[in-house]
Design a protein around this ligand. Structure first.
Ligand code: SAM
Ligand code: DTB
Ligand code: SF4
Length: 327
């Protein structure tokens, strides 16, 4: 398969599996060069968007996602927590802002939210926006009406991941289908909320699954505004504990291919940074990653200390990106 380099940087929705596979198989230096070239045409290469996560409802989730410590089906020894009070969430958002985050992402361990819970999340979204932070929520499947409710509250982003290729997905999750996920993404997109959608690497998938995930993301009717690429955080008690570690170069390759296939999307170097060297993270930035989760905790697992991230940014000459609010 010969790739048409002259088309790199074009916004396309007709990527083939062969092309995605060929991108991932390029010599590392060529792939990095093309990704960095596309990146520089679309972004300030030294600005990185910073988001802070908070789990607003923890554990007790009925879904069976094999990677997740929050599923009731796995015993990860997690303490369950009901939906937090609005004021507590806003206190945490204020602290995240003081630490330098520009987006606050609220995650809940729901299969899908009940309308009475959504009403509470609406208050959280309004409060977060009133602080001048961008807002993001990830609450599971949404109906079109629920997406409109969140849009009316002013939600900037909704995160809902495809996680892997359609083929590999069924080996990881059986309680909802790939199509269910695509339907939620459609509801979010139609409501006019920015889509945040990506996946997880290191779950035992093969190269074609990684190519398939990228192809599906890039061929959505619009490229997601934000594309989180997570490295599996292996949690004791989950079925994916003990999965063979991913070669860091393969992780970086996926970031670079995502940058080429979705030239204007923010690609987020997401979960898994605690287990990565600083050099791997720097190569991810060079490959076109321009967003991170910032703050000592993801949802239930750890993330690098803010001091370490600040020092890494300083050593690399990277600046946090200015926020951009939905009108
Ligand atoms: N329950 C909602 C859902 O699944 O749509 C929202 C929260 S869920 C924890 C959000 C995303 O976190 C998942 O789609 C998955 O991609 C990611 N995630 C969960 N556990 C992870 C892990 N151990 N390592 C990496 N990513 C993980
Ligand atoms: C995403 O793609 N990664 C974040 C966010 N979206 C919600 C979640 C990562 C979770 C890692 C495991 C945990 O901390 O529970
Ligand atoms: Fe539940 Fe989301 Fe975890 Fe799946 S990833 S078990 S839906 S919290």
């Amino acid at each position: 398969m010969t790739l048409d380099h002259s088309r790199f940087g074009e916004i396309r929705h007709d990527w083939t599996l062969c092309e995605a596979r060929a991108l991932l198989a390029l010599p590392f230096a060529d792939l990095m060069f093309h990704a960095q070239s596309v990146h520089r045409r679309n972004f300030d290469p030294n600005a990185v968007q910073v988001s802070t996560l908070l789990s607003i409802k923890t554990g007790g989730c009925p879904e069976d996602c094999a990677y997740c410590p929050q599923s009731v089906r796995h015993d990860a020894g997690l303490e369950r927590e009901e939906l937090l009070a609005v004021q507590e969430v806003l206190d945490r958002a204020r602290r995240a802002k003081e630490s330098g985050a520009t987006r606050f992402c609220m995650g809940a361990a729901y299969r899908s939210p009940k309308d009475r819970d959504l009403a509470v999340v609406v208050e959280m979204v309004k409060g977060v926006r009133a602080m001048g932070l961008e807002s993001c929520a990830t609450l599971g499947m949404l109906t079109p009406q629920q997406a409109l409710t969140l849009r009316d509250a002013g939600l900037d982003y909704y995160n809902h991941n495809l996680d892997s290729s359609e083929e590999f997905y069924g080996k990881v999750i059986t309680t909802r289908t790939y199509q269910d996920r695509l339907d939620t993404l459609e509801a979010v997109r139609n409501a006019g909320i920015n889509v945040c959608c990506g996946g997880i690497l290191g779950m035992g998938e093969n190269g074609d699954d990684r190519a398939g995930l990228l192809m599906t993301l890039a061929n959505l009717p619009e490229h997601p505004g934000s594309v989180p690429i997570n490295q599996l955080v292996q949690v004791e008690g989950t079925p994916l504990e003990g999965t063979a570690e991913l070669d860091p170069f393969d992780f970086i390759r996926v970031i670079a291919a995502a940058r080429i296939m979705m030239p204007r999307s923010h690609v987020r170097l997401s979960a898994g940074r605690e287990a990565m060297s600083e050099q791997t993270q720097a190569l991810c930035f060079l490959a076109g990653a321009n967003s991170i989760f910032y703050g000592e905790k993801l949802l239930t697992t750890g993330n690098p200390d803010v001091e370490l991230d600040r020092a890494l940014f300083a050593r690399l000459g990277v600046r946090p990106e200015e926020p951009c609010h939905r009108a």
